[in-house]
Design a protein around this ligand. Sequence first.
Ligand code: ZN
Ligand code: ZN
Length: 413
Amino acid sequence: MTDLLLTNARVLDVRGGEMLPDRHILIEDGVISAVSETKPTTDADTTDADTIDVGGRVVMPGLCDSHVHVTAATAHLSAIRHWSPAYVTAHAAKILEGMLMRGFTTVRDGGGADWGLAQAVDEGLIAGPRIFFCGHALSQTGGHGDMRTSGDDGIGYSWLTPGLGWVCDGLSELRRACREEVRRGAHHIKLMVSGGVASPTDRIDSTQFSEEEIRAAVEEAEAANLYVMVHAYTARAINRALRCGARTVEHGNLMDEESVDLLLENEAFLVPTLSIYQALADEGVEAGLPEELYRKVFDVLDAGKRALDMAYSGGVKMAYGTDLLGQMHRRQLDEFAIRGEIIPAIDALRAATCNGADLLCRTGELGEVIPGAQADLLVMDGDPLADLRVMTEPETNLRIIMKDGVIYKNTLN
Ligand code: ZN
Ligand code: ZN
């Protein structure tokens, strides 16, 4: 791989929260090797480097979306388990490419993506963000990951059936499911510990899995040096999962002050996903959302905004999540606009960069423009610290998109 030198850059230091003017960024073998005020000349290799003058534009780290479903080609999730895996993959390739073109160079999947998809991206067969995956999201019978309707008695699917969830009950089934996902290379274990909006038979205010089961999953994850990510809406579900050792809480819309204390105590992350509710509020009717659910969406969205505010005031570490499905994936950058109304721009940007890296246990490797990090870089028009809305128009504002030192878009020359 040819070395690359970006000159005349304003580097967004996401941890420090400031712009570093007049920087030169040297990239060798897909990794940032120097970020300096003077043009690096000491290394003989740099004379061979291709140089791009970015003209004083902002260079920021590639984005990380910590809650996606890259195989969710339709909002009708129960349909996907009847699809051919090849067909699902073809859809996922399009979804992944869309994400990369919005500036996302890393995503964490909350159910659906598997080792094959991650491998296809790593090998360059699919242009997309690198994928941290869990395989299936584990769910109890009748839980948020059980896509059967009340009249559907058949399980009748195998581990290779595409679909976001996997149903397991009791300690031995749960441990087996965790071990199977670890065997297939999972980066984290995902548990559905409360009801949800999109599942056919459960209620949003139910708790799911016994505490014993959640603890067993945490033990299995920790044995493999992994962690547990939980889907949870209500304070009751969130707080009991945190007491059982969950490390990242997804959604969290109906959390309370005790949730804030437990998140801090456990050094856990909150991953709000406000974009999906905003999307459902805006286009839920067209997407075929039943009237009764449609009304609930607004309450859940408002609660989610209050939760974001409460978590931010309490000092909880948050990552960027979207949880979008089907056609709604195009709204992946809306999360910036929604959060920007509630918290400072820099904290919305941190959620999508360095905090995402910390959540993934990849501190220093991802989410920052520093020596030693992967060369995941965005060159952009506009200053997102001054106006977060520049993030929401990638077609015009994102001039260069680079992942691992490979340029996927360049409209500068
Ligand atoms: Zn969820
Ligand atoms: Zn999700």
